[in-house]
Ligand binder design. Structure first.
Ligand code: CA
Length: 455
């Protein structure tokens, strides 16, 4: 532990580190001959207050992921399942197709998912097959000649075949009982779509996830009235995932910002989908001390008004995260009980912006003590957006340093145009750490959130 990293740790240590130490000491005590090790751990505190990140588990009470058995990731891995990986092939081998064997995977340096098994970089042209080409695709499905039907025929078939080749490289399954973490300050996973699918007990920490770039967006003529480009990859997608702790992750489009992409058919040719999407029965998730940067649709919790199987699920805690230059979905919620506290929102001057917190079908978000900073043309009423939503509880939030009642302002601003949101979400968060003032949290988050700051 260097002196340099300690200040960044201070905001989140306290209870969590203490609880982790207790758990760690408990685990060690179960093993024969562990007496000396236990003493070593206890006597080392507080001088070395933070144990090795590898086997650290979510502290008791730290958000929804602490419910029930809590979230321990791969902390029970035997020595044969602790991996340090430096390239895509090693990472894929360690992930083992999403197996549930307890495992700890440490990412060292930068790994690019768009590489072949020998480590050679692959670009979009390497994936393109069956005659796919963007000019031919655009010529085939130009709305002026093709109309509003879903693309079909040779170019769409070729796009699908090409996309499948990219997916085979960039989609990486993270199975149950896994801890995936970055080593030190420079761990980066580029171009990957990490997917926790129908899995339980996963920790992702201290890792920069960058640029899940889709080479082959599909044209959807009937999306949003004007049509839109649909992309395939979230940097991290939880689908049917339970007990997941995402901590000190930085997720962005760094390398290929969508705002630099051209316009085709009058719409931005998007390359990225979500940064962290939580869908299809996912439940009991804590996202802490992470940064979501420079992106359009950051975080979708619940992906369809008709996905009623999500009722009672999608319970997510978001605390001490930063949403910086995010256009929308920070998050957008359907069905879930989401506790959103002590997060920092920054809209830079000149950045595109639509809204921060989306209130959709049956969502029950509690937004406490968050800090929003935005330029003058953005108003408090812009921070929320409702589609068929009904409830949002809020308190202690600040906008440009002033206390604001998000709900009252939203309802006043939208009076007459749609029904009011109520403050009655029907639940009260109980699993959380100390809730600081918005101003205090914003300062702590600015200093301590993101990859490379967890140890
Ligand atoms: Ca998505």
């Amino acid at each position: 532990m260097t002196a340099r990293t300690r200040p960044a740790l201070r905001p989140r240590t306290g209870r969590r580190a203490a609880a982790a130490l207790v758990l760690l000491a408990g685990c060690l005590a179960l093993q024969p001959g562990a007496q000396a090790a236990t003493q070593a751990v206890t006597s080392a505190a507080p001088a070395a207050a933070v144990p090795d990140l590898d086997r650290e588990v979510l502290a008791a009470g730290d958000g929804w992921a602490a419910e029930g058995a809590g979230t321990t990731g791969g902390s029970a891995a035997d020595d044969a399942h602790v991996f340090t990986v430096r390239n895509r092939a090693q990472l894929a081998a360690a992930l083992d197709g999403g197996s549930s064997v307890p495992k700890i995977i440490r990412v060292a340096g930068t790994i690019d998912a768009n590489t072949d098994d020998r480590g050679r970089a692959l670009d979009c042209e390497d994936y393109a097959t069956d005659g796919y080409g963007l000019p031919a695709y655009l010529a085939a499905y130009d709305p002026r000649t093709w109309g509003a039907a879903k693309p079909s025929g040779p170019q769409e078939e070729a796009r699908k075949a090409s996309a499948a080749r990219q997916a085979e490289r960039v989609e990486l399954l993270v199975g149950s009982n896994t801890t995936l973490l970055g080593l030190g300050r420079g761990a980066v996973l580029k171009g990957a779509s990490l997917q926790v699918r129908d899995a339980d007990n996963v920790i992702v920490r201290n890792l920069e996830l960058r640029d899940a770039y889709d080479c082959f967006p599909v044209w959807q003529p009937n999306t949003g009235g004007l049509g839109d480009w649909k992309t395939a990859y979230d940097t991290l997608w939880l689908r049917g995932a339970t007990h997941v702790w995402v901590d000190h992750v930085t997720a962005s489009d760094k390398g290929h910002p969508d705002e630099k992409e051209p316009t085709h058919f009058g719409r931005n040719y998007l390359r990225h989908d979500g940064l962290l999407d939580i869908t299809n029965g996912s439940d009991l998730v804590t996202v802490s001390w992470s940064r979501f940067q420079g992106h359009d649709k950051a975080m979708l919790i619940g992906n369809g008004d008709g996905v009623t199987t999500d009722r009672g699920k999608l319970r997510v805690t978001l605390h001490h995260n930063e949403f910086d230059a995010v256009v929308q979905r920070a998050p957008r919620v359907r069905f879930g009980q989401v506790h959103l506290y002590n997060n920092r929102y920054v809209v830079p001057e000149g950045a595109a912006y639509r809204y921060s917190i989306g209130v959709s079908t049956e969502s029950r978000t509690v937004a406490e003590n968050n800090a929003f900073t935005a330029p003058g043309h953005i108003e408090v009423a812009d921070l929320l957006k409702s589609w068929n939503g009904s409830a949002l509880a809020q308190s202690g939030n600040e906008f440009n340093g002033f206390p604001v009642d998000l709900l009252a302002i939203y309802n006043a601003y939208n009076s007459g145009s749609e029904r009011d949101l109520t403050a009655d979400v029907g639940w009260t968060p109980t699993l959380h750490g100390p809730v600081d003032s918005a101003a205090r949290a914003a300062a702590d988050v600015a200093r301590g959130a993101g990859a490379g700051r967890a140890g």
